[in-house]
Design a binder for this molecule. Sequence first.
Ligand code: AHM
Ligand code: MG
Length: 332
Amino acid sequence: MSLSQYLIEEQLKLPYATGDFTALMSHLVYAAKIVSREVRKAGLLDHVLGVTSSTNIQGETVMKLDEYADTLITNAMKICGHLCVMASEEHENIIEIPTGYNIGKYTFAFDPLDGSSNIDSNVSIGTIFSIHLRKTQAGKKGTEEDLLQKGSLQRCAGYILYGSSTMMVLTMGNGVVGFTLDPSCGEFLLSNPDIKFPDSGNIYSVNEGNYNFWSDEMKSYIRHIKHLETSSGPKTLRYIGSLVADFHRNLLKGGIFLYPEDAKSEKYPNGKLRMLYEASPMAFIAEQAGGMAVNVKGEKILDLIPGSLHERTTLVTGSRKEVEEFLKFIKK
Ligand code: AHM
Ligand code: MG
């Protein structure tokens, strides 16, 4: 079954569905295919590798492919007729729907190319997205208020992983499904009909180079899982530095991903990952796949309301038993 067919089938199950969501998603699927095509040409074309002369709102260097993906997805989505407002990790402010286009009932927040430090070395990267229903009055352009909503109210979240193959993994609140792009027919085909986190797993993923900046609780948790005395022996470290790829591997194989705050440096006092474009959509997928997603205080990510578009958070997500062990440990 192709992703387009799947979306239509899902829509037909809901007697009150209008088709707006399905139409919105068809614009995203189109954009994903084009970004995937360009990512696959990295190394061959000038506009694909290297840095631009700009830095984004977070002061980070913008890669050429970041900019390309951002422009492409923004342009494909803002004219789809079913969104009222958008936000991108690469834009300081909200992205308005241009005058003359239909204003819809959904919001769209996205990280166009996550893990961009990996672009130039041919390592997996991804696009992350999150869709809510608007809060403000229908028919008018949406506002920041429409975007700053609880993660648990997401209507859909997903990611596109540009890895050894291109995959779209998504949830609409009824489990998690995965589609793999078949380049020969240009369609995303259903490859993983019901993705579930293994209940526990042996992998831990964290940037251990930051060890000296962590809180004492975090340090002892990491020391604990490396000890031979733990139930299954020491865990295996796997860290790519692309959230989508690290999350996806752990989703299939079982394990835990952590991005804590750098308590002892000025760099990421509240964690590095952004609530709106990274933590919240991944948390929705994690919970729908039977896993968990919390911050280092143990609060569920999906219960939190972002205070601003680019708010950062700590993130601990993965197999249920692993996250529970982390929680018991930090409460000691
Ligand atoms: P980006 O959105 O600028 O690419 O940054 C987010 C990425 C995540 O994909 C990844 O989990 C994390 O940053 C890696 O950070 P670090 O290099 O500090 O380990
Ligand atoms: Mg990112």
